[in-house]
Design a protein around this ligand. Structure first.
Ligand code: BG6
Length: 490
């Protein structure tokens, strides 16, 4: 793959650029991973000269990187790569200035990274094409969300496709940049231990939880009307689900991995109006306390009542041979008691308990079934609960106890700096590796499943149930799983 020679960053004065993109690019620069010839052009609506933009970048790095990462000489070298050009993508002006700047001094291929409101993606792609910036080998990266449903995501994808071929389109799901998410592939496909059991014969159910303590965080205009289903489930959670449940790809090539993910996403059973009543819960946080700090309810933060869900729990099924009848419970919410993303694999109990004593109560059913808990963040570990014999002479029969096999990734790889997810994604974008980016058919399959849930919610007029901020969601979310004889792993 040809490497990007000029990286153009739309939305360069925005929050994501300041918090994540420039710190990530700086880290790559500092580690010597960017070619000396790579130029970065920041672009935003605001008119700024190069020096003023450099001041912004300096401040962003100081605010968002640990002090010991910042080295004066490296910082000067980094800023020397960076130029600025104002483009008002909404008004469609400034593309000619950008084209002139790129034409004069910048080498191709150009990689354009859109960290702008998603409503601008299609227009920017077309603006770039009209100004001659979308050359055949140029590529484009886009943040989520692509559209707000299947029809609108198709429209965006069409507009982008008229300027950039699909193998030059990089759709970002920043969860795929997380080391622990990539480690799911290693866990499943670099070990013999788990994969033979990774199916309906051995697994009772799977839980995927992405809990956040934060609330609206000043994102009112984006979040209200979007809600947790579109904001978290449509992308991050379905990508996690796809990686956990897909068939083994033949290699880690972009095509092999994404072919398997899309097959899996298309096997998700569509929910009907009857299903959503039994298999989905919408919640919205009311006032409460998180980490001992009192917080307002969602509607209070917003200033008016709203039907937007800040929590969602789902019971999903995958209609294929491997997962026949295995429920996948998904839940995500804001203002939960702690920040925690984890996957839990609940195995079935042993078919027969040889340790049960004749005549003893609960015979055969008294062994805890194995459980594997994969913590994605903030802790990074994998724990497997197994039964062990308690030491003793066993005069009253063998006593068993659940013990934990604990693999702490932070300990095992203690010397290595934990990279920001965007470092990996930006580098892959620059180098042209699409494996960790979402293909058009994946995004569209994700929307198809989500749209069916939203339509069913509308059909039955499902309103969000209140939950106290700092709790694990509405009580019906607990009932959703307990009806099946299981419980959420908190
Ligand atoms: C974003 C969502 O995609 O992911 C946010 O829009 C959410 O609402 C964020 O807070 C969570 O990301 P992370 O990396 O903090 O788990």
């Amino acid at each position: 793959n040809v490497k990007v020679e000029t990286l153009v960053l739309f939305g360069a004065t925005g929050d994501l650029a300041h918090r994540m993109l420039f710190p990530s690019l700086y880290n790559l620069h500092e580690d010597g991973l960017l070619a000396d010839t790579l130029t970065i052009v920041g672009s935003g609506r605001t008119r700024l000269d190069r020096a003023a933009f450099h001041t912004q970048v300096r401040e962003a790095l100081a605010d968002h990187l640990p002090e010991d990462r910042l080295d004066a000489a490296a910082l000067d070298g980094f800023l020397a790569r960076i130029d600025y050009c104002a483009v008002d993508a909404g008004a469609g002006s400034g593309y000619d200035d950008l084209a002139a700047l790129l034409g004069e001094r910048m080498a191709r291929p150009i990689g354009v990274y859109l960290s702008t409101p998603p409503s601008m993606f299609g227009a920017i792609a077309q603006g770039l094409a009209a100004a001659g910036i979308a050359c055949a080998e140029c590529r484009i990266a886009m943040e989520k969300p692509i559209g707000h449903d299947l029809a609108s995501s198709r429209a965006v994808n069409e507009q982008v496709a008229s300027a950039f071929a699909e193998d030059h389109v990089f759709r970002i799901d920043h969860y795929l940049g997380k080391e622990t998410v990539q480690n799911l592939l290693a866990l499943r496909f670099a070990n013999m231990l788990f994969e033979p059991l990774w199916n309906a014969q051995a697994i009772d159910h799977v839980q995927i939880t992405v809990a956040e303590t934060v609330g609206l965080e000043g994102r009112v205009s984006y979040y209200d009307g979007v809600g947790a289903l579109r904001d978290m489930v449509q992308n991050h959670m379905l990508q996690l689900l796809a990686i956990i449940a897909m068939e083994p790809p033949a290699s880690v090539s972009a095509t092999a991995v994404r072919d398997e993910k899309v097959k899996l996403l298309r096997s998700l059973r569509r929910m009907s109006a009857a299903d959503v009543k039994a298999h989905s819960v919408k919640g919205q946080y009311a006032s409460g306390a998180v980490d001992g700090v009192a917080v307002k309810g969602y509607a209070d933060e917003l200033g008016h009542a709203s039907n937007t869900e800040t929590f969602v729990a789902l019971k999903a099924f995958i209609d294929n041979w491997r997962w026949k009848g295995v429920p996948f419970y998904l839940r995500t919410g804001k203002r939960m008691p702690k920040r925690q993303s984890e996957v839990l694999i609940q195995f079935k109990p042993v078919p027969h308990n040889i340790f049960a004593r004749v005549g003893a109560a609960g015979r055969g059913g008294d062994l805890d079934a194995n459980m594997m808990i994969i913590n994605l963040q903030p802790e990074e570990n994998i724990r497997v609960k197994v039964m062990a014999k308690q030491p003793g002479l066993d005069r009253d029969g063998v006593k068993l106890k659940e013990v934990t096999l604990d693999v702490s990734l932070s300990h095992s790889f203690a010397g290595e700096r934990r990279r920001i997810a965007y470092e990996r994604l930006l580098l892959d974008f620059i180098e042209g590796d699409q494996t960790l980016f979402v293909r058009r058919d994946e995004v569209e399959a994700q929307w198809e499943w989500i749209d069916a849930i939203r339509d069913a919610w509308d059909a039955v007029d499902l309103a969000p149930q209140a939950y106290t901020a700092g709790s694990w969601g509405p009580s019906s979310a607990i009932a959703l799983i307990e009806r099946d004889g299981a419980s959420w792993h908190d």
